[in-house]
Design a binder for this molecule. Structure first.
Ligand code: HEM
Length: 408
């Protein structure tokens, strides 16, 4: 009988992928799994096979196809609503994605570094002025991630928390289809109003520019634009916020690596360290979903046109045939390629922005609070077990006030 998906995690080791992947990589690297709705897509667990799936343009992320492997009832709620651009049929997807390319160019993102630094510093000032212990997620990680994405898109800060709560309903495998639909409608309505406001009075923000160039000229409908911005908000704040928390946790749990990270000054070494944290943690830990549009053979297994595929990034990122001692965090490791941001045509739009956020956040946090430590035993940190993203409910931390360092 096939495994049911998602495979169970061992919550004693929450930063590690489900232990069964080790077995599957060796014994059944491409195997059918059972989904909540009875579908049986192919689970792909080896690095080389995940690479082959994500590199093949004939394996598409088109959720309108019947074989699309929805991970939960909440993820199927998007059907019948204006779909985010990346879940659309290929031709439409490419047109809409092209509308965003200019906005996310790495050199353009680099210009945001000073304002991201200011956001991080201000959030730390506020946190350090408050009581200890404190929940790092609520006092720092979430506010920073929300402010960065709101500033980029042009979303008013007031109300951003409500948008985050709605996003969590959509991203929870415990939400019913009805609950997810209500949250989707609320988010789409919010962004539709923002599109209309920008049509009336353009702003110099990402939303303002795309509305002026694409919506006002009739190339993109207002509901499709709202869905695009909604998905940018959704994808653009949760993964970074959760990664701020888990990256901090991973470093606090590994003092040797934390020491190495503190010593790093070369920007290239810091970027490489952040890439290793991404490989190790896999915030977006559930499968990259694809549908075969033709018959293909992956890892020796024939997959028929129309069948669903789940390419598993966290398993591939711990593949022992590619990474030596893969379950060890090694910030000096040369990570030549990992799948935390996906790969191929759907490679994460926000990766350049995210890397800057992580570099600034982790460097600043550990520089300004040299004695930062967990305020509870590690096994008491509560993980979000039902969400599509890997994250913690809270990260209680504390520090010695006398040790604080102020760069200004
Ligand atoms: C920790 C940070 C992040 C992680 C781990 C992450 C992860 C991913 C992954 C794995 C994919 C590929 C999906 C697939 O192939 O099926 C993806 C796509 C995407 N991400 Fe991110 N992401 C992050 C941050 C962001 C940010 C900050 C933004 C926007 C500002 C963003 C926007 C997107 C979009 C729009 C796509 C769809 C791209 C496409 O299909 O062409 N992400 N992300």
């Amino acid at each position: 009988m096939s495994d049911s998906y998602p495979l169970p995690k061992d919550w004693q080791h929450p930063l590690d992928p489900p232990p069964d992947y080790k077995r599957l990589r060796q014994e059944a690297p491409v195997c059918p799994v059972r989904m909540w709705d009875g579908k049986t897509p192919w689970l792909v667990s080896r690095y080389q096979d995940v690479l082959a799936v994500l590199s093949d343009p004939r394996l598409v992320l088109d959720s309108t196809l019947p074989g699309f492997p929805h991970i939960s009832p909440s993820s199927s709620a998007r059907q019948g609503r204006p779909l985010p651009f990346f879940l659309r049929p290929d031709a439409e997807y490419r047109v809409q994605r092209a509308m965003l390319v200019q906005e996310f160019l790495p050199r353009r993102m680099e210009l945001l570094r000073p304002s991201i630094q200011r956001t991080v510093d201000a959030a730390l000032d506020a946190m350090l002025a408050g009581p200890r212990p404190v929940d790092l997620m609520g006092a720092f990680a979430l506010p920073v991630a929300l402010q960065v994405i709101c500033d980029l898109l042009g979303v008013p800060h007031a109300g951003a928390e409500r948008l985050h709560v709605l996003s969590r309903t959509i991203g929870s495998r415990a939400s019913s289809r009805e609950e997810a639909t209500q949250a989707l409608v609320a988010l789409d309505d919010f962004f539709l109003e923002l599109v209309e406001a920008n049509l009336r009075e353009p702003t110099d923000t990402l939303i303002g520019r795309v509305v002026a160039e694409q919506v006002a000229t009739g190339r993109l409908s207002a509901p499709d634009a709202a869905s695009m911005f909604h998905s940018l908000f959704y994808a653009g704040h949760g993964p970074p916020a959760y990664m701020f928390g888990l990256g901090t946790l991973a470093l606090l749990l590994d003092p040797g690596q934390l020491e190495k990270f503190r010593e790093m000054e070369d920007p290239a070494a810091i970027t490489a360290a952040v890439q290793e944290l991404l490989r190790f943690i896999n915030v977006s830990h559930l499968a990259r979903q694809r549908v075969a549009t033709v018959d293909v053979t992956i890892g020796g297994q024939l997959i028929r046109a129309g069948e669903g595929i789940l390419a598993q990034p966290d398993s591939a990122n711990r593949d022992e045939t590619v990474f030596s001692d893969p379950d060890r965090l090694d910030l000096h490791r040369e990570v030549h390629r990992h799948f935390a941001f996906g790969h191929g045509i759907h490679l994460c739009t926000g990766r350049a922005l995210s890397l800057i956020e992580f570099e600034v956040v982790f460097k600043t946090l550990f520089q300004r609070i040299p004695t930062l430590r967990l305020a509870v035993p590690p096994e008491e940190v509560r993980f979000k077990k039902d969400e599509n993203l890997l994250g913690v409910h809270e990260l209680p931390v504390t520090w010695e006030p006398a040790s604080l360092y102020s760069p200004r």
